[in-house]
Design a protein around this ligand. Structure first.
Ligand SMILES: Cc1cc2nc3c(=O)[nH]c(=O)nc-3n(C[C@H](O)[C@H](O)[C@H](O)COP(=O)(O)O)c2cc1C
Length: 394
């Protein structure tokens, strides 16, 4: 059972730590809580003792049994230290080497790679250059941060500083524990739906949400890869990857060509417009009584071009088909010089879950329907197993 130390500091968001603790316990983690004195002004230790069924620590000098040096043992025995909410103060203390209470002493004794801070504070505190410098310093040392959200802050101001929503915090914790199967590898992913503009506001696109590609980017990130995600027209967000937002096929193509030579593994998950309008109107096309014919021409086939450039990269495409899914996927695999193709039917578009087949020229492995993030973890693991047998693949 993985042991998580949950550090809670003096923020109005401390009540949300109860939800975090409760969810982590339900997921099977052994959760231990350390609260700062200030945190106990906001929520009672009793809440966390009840939720975690473990003793809550606040004052290191009021410890009855000093045979164990608790601030050291708490650091070494934990698999992860999550500080949520993390105050301006605790970030500053960690960055400058102050250890004047239980939590800051535990943090001082812990390796940076074990610690995640989820800051929560007033917008001016968050944007204070001193805090930003501290965050930069700690990030460079290997500490991780879960960026706060924009929202209505407890002080009544709208701005960035709200503790990140609990599901995202839990997702980050779960990601922390994944095996680092892709450590040292560079992964490039395209996702989302490209747009081809007819005039300044009208475009040809499709209903892809980008969720599958973003989920793959999260999975690869959690498996330790250095991930670049080229994301077209999606409202989705992701942290811990190099995110490049694009709109058109031309922009996606340029970004892909720039990054592909140094890539180890590429997933082309974007739903790319096969056609683009022959002409683009600089001004909005006026309504007319006679109708409008838009002439289309073939667009750049990004995957075909990358297939031609391919050297040692493992190149994986997606096939979305209405019929003859596997034969059509194999056709695309061969035509585009891919190592593997992920076949899915159109029912996967714009949904939260998906079912896919991993297709090579020799085999088609079915993966059962799951939420896309869970599916993405399965896809990456299965591909790493299968690619040992793929010719030309790393
Ligand atoms: C009502 C109230 C709300 C506060 N909310 C925050 C907050 O969200 N984030 C923060 O960094 N400090 C906040 N503070 C200030 C901290 O509690 C204060 O800096 C304290 O020294 C932090 O101590 P700690 O880091 O040991 O918990 C708040 C203070 C009060 C009185």
């Amino acid at each position: 059972m993985k042991k998580i130390l949950l550090g809670i500091t003096g923020s109005i968001a401390a009540y949300k730590s109860a939800d975090i603790a409760s969810k982590l316990v339900k997921l099977g983690y052994d959760v231990h809580v350390i609260m700062t004195e200030s945190a106990t002004e906001f929520v009672a230790p009793l809440t966390f003792e009840t939720l975690t069924r473990n003793r809550v620590y606040v004052d290191m000098f009021r410890e009855e049994d000093h045979r164990q040096v608790r601030h050291i043992s708490q650091s070494t025995e934990s698999d992860l230290i999550l500080v949520a909410p993390a105050s301006y103060n605790i970030i500053g203390k960690t960055a400058t080497g102050v250890a004047d209470d239980f939590l800051s002493s535990v943090l001082a004794a812990a390796p940076a790679g074990k610690v995640i801070f989820a800051p929560a504070m007033n917008v001016n505190m968050y944007h204070n250059p001193i805090l930003q410098e501290n965050i930069n310093k700690l990030t460079k040392l290997g500490y991780r941060f879960i960026e706060p959200e924009e929202g209505m802050l407890a002080c009544g101001v709208l701005g960035k500083g709200c503790l990140r929503n609990v599901p995202s915090i839990i997702e980050t914790v779960e990601g922390f524990f994944h095996d680092k199967l892709l450590q040292g590898k560079k992964v490039l992913i395209t996702a989302g739906a490209t747009r081809e503009y007819i005039d300044p506001i009208r475009f040809i696109s499709n209903s892809s949400s980008g969720l599958m590609g973003v989920s793959l980017a999260k999975a690869c990130r959690d498996f330790g890869a250095d991930v670049t995600l080229i994301l077209a027209n999606s409202h989705l967000n992701i942290e811990g990857v190099n995110l490049i937002r694009v709109q058109t096929v031309a922009e996606m193509y340029q970004a892909a060509v720039d990054h592909f030579p140094t890539t180890d593994l590429m997933f082309a998950a974007a739903a790319v417009s096969d056609f683009k309008p022959v002409t683009y109107s600089e001004s909005k096309i006026k309504k007319s009584d006679t109708g409008l014919v838009v002439e289309l021409e073939r667009n750049t086939d990004i995957l075909l071009e990358l297939g031609k450039m391919k050297q040692n990269q493992l190149l994986i495409g997606f096939a979305a088909e209405s019929e003859n899914l596997i034969p059509n996927a194999v056709g695309k695999l061969n035509k585009k010089n891919l190592d593997l193709i992920i076949a899915n039917d159109l029912s996967n578009f714009a949904t939260d879950d998906g079912k896919v087949w991993l297709v090579t020229s020799e085999t088609a492995v079915e993966l059962e329907r799951k939420p896309k993030l869970q599916l993405a973890y399965d896809i990456v693991k299965m591909i790493l197993n299968m690619t040992n047998n793929l010719s030309g693949a790393k």
